[in-house]
Design a protein around this ligand. Structure first.
Ligand SMILES: [Zn+2]
Length: 315
């Protein structure tokens, strides 16, 4: 048995996971940011023990603990940067050794989601696959030639910060023109806010006020209801998503892309639109075979299953 921990900006989720990826039990608690990393580690271990207890297990029954973090993590388990948690250069793996003797593995959350899909979900059996999460930012995990791509220092990929528009919009990373400035849920939310300001009496404005605030979802909903402004924004948004996927295809030529994150919840029509635009473009370059685009299979538990998979990888 393994334990997977998924640290999110709002909640931290825990799961007891079998080596076949079965979710035995889960629990969660509020992450409460800002907070001291040591106190979070203690709370994680306390909650793991509690969860094991209620399932008549102890730490003795556990082979390893994996922890997924929303940030850049190196191969020593140091969190170099986690904007959501407001942490920089945190020796996270070392902190666990004060509370448990069990082996602990730290990884990026998108890498964990990719591992989960690869071992137990939609990318099972694939040798080359890329998972992209379209959320507040854009996260990515890459399976390259049959293993998780870790890069020179174990920090993996940060596809959200590849530059798709030189000298474009300012990004939180300090560079300009990053993919996530155009293709994250947050980017579409910003375009939606701008459209509402420009046309306060339009259909999109009414939809936004029904939801209480502008969001990527409200714009997709506008497009589904036939609003021309929303349709144009969604079309442009899909172009930006596809632009990044084209670049990734030219470098890695994966068998498939798995699109996760909030925007992927817009459903099969969104996935299909990305698929046909991407493959339409690639066909022009005689790119065969086609690249498959799909949504995630393991939705709510992908984070904890993937974090547990991080520990399994080392076994
Ligand atoms: Zn950036």
């Amino acid at each position: 048995m393994f334990v997977g921990v998924d640290i999110g900006g709002t909640n931290t989720k825990l799961g007891i996971i079998s080596k076949l990826g079965r979710v035995v039990a889960t629990s969660s608690f509020k992450t409460r940011i800002p907070r001291d990393p040591n106190s979070l580690v203690k709370e994680i271990i306390d909650n793991i023990e509690k969860l094991l207890n209620t399932n008549e297990m102890t730490l003795e029954d556990i082979d390893g603990i994996g922890v997924g973090v929303p940030g850049v993590v190196d191969d020593k388990g140091i969190i170099l940067n986690a904007t959501n948690l407001q942490w920089k250069d945190v020796k996270f793996k070392d902190m666990f050794s004060a509370f448990t003797k069990k082996p602990v593995f730290i990884g990026n959350d998108a890498d964990c989601a990719m591992l989960a899909e690869w071992k137990f979900g939609g990318a099972k059996g694939s040798k080359n696959a890329i998972l992209v999460t379209l959320g507040t930012g854009i996260g990515s995990g890459i399976i390259l030639d049959g293993k998780l791509y870790k890069a020179a220092h174990g920090t993996g990929s940060e596809c959200g910060h590849m530059v798709i528009r030189f000298d474009g919009e300012m990004c939180s990373c300090g560079n300009r023109g990053c993919w996530e400035r155009y293709a994250s849920a947050k980017a579409l939310t910003k375009r939606t806010e701008e459209a509402v300001m420009q046309n306060p009496n339009g259909i999109l404005s009414k939809i936004v006020s029904q939801y209480g605030r502008a969001s990527a979802h409200s714009c997709f909903e506008g497009a589904r209801r036939g609003d021309e402004v929303s349709k144009k924004l969604v079309d442009e948004y899909i172009d930006y998503v596809v632009c990044g996927l084209i670049n990734l295809t030219q470098i890695f030529h994966p068998e498939m892309f798995i699109l996760g994150g909030g925007v992927a919840k817009e459903g099969p029509a969104f996935i299909k639109a990305v698929d046909s635009k991407l493959n339409g473009f690639l066909t022009k370059n005689n790119f065969e075979p086609k690249v498959v685009v799909k949504g995630p299979v393991l939705e709510n538990n992908a984070g904890v299953v993937g974090a547990a998979a991080l520990a399994m990888e080392d076994k």
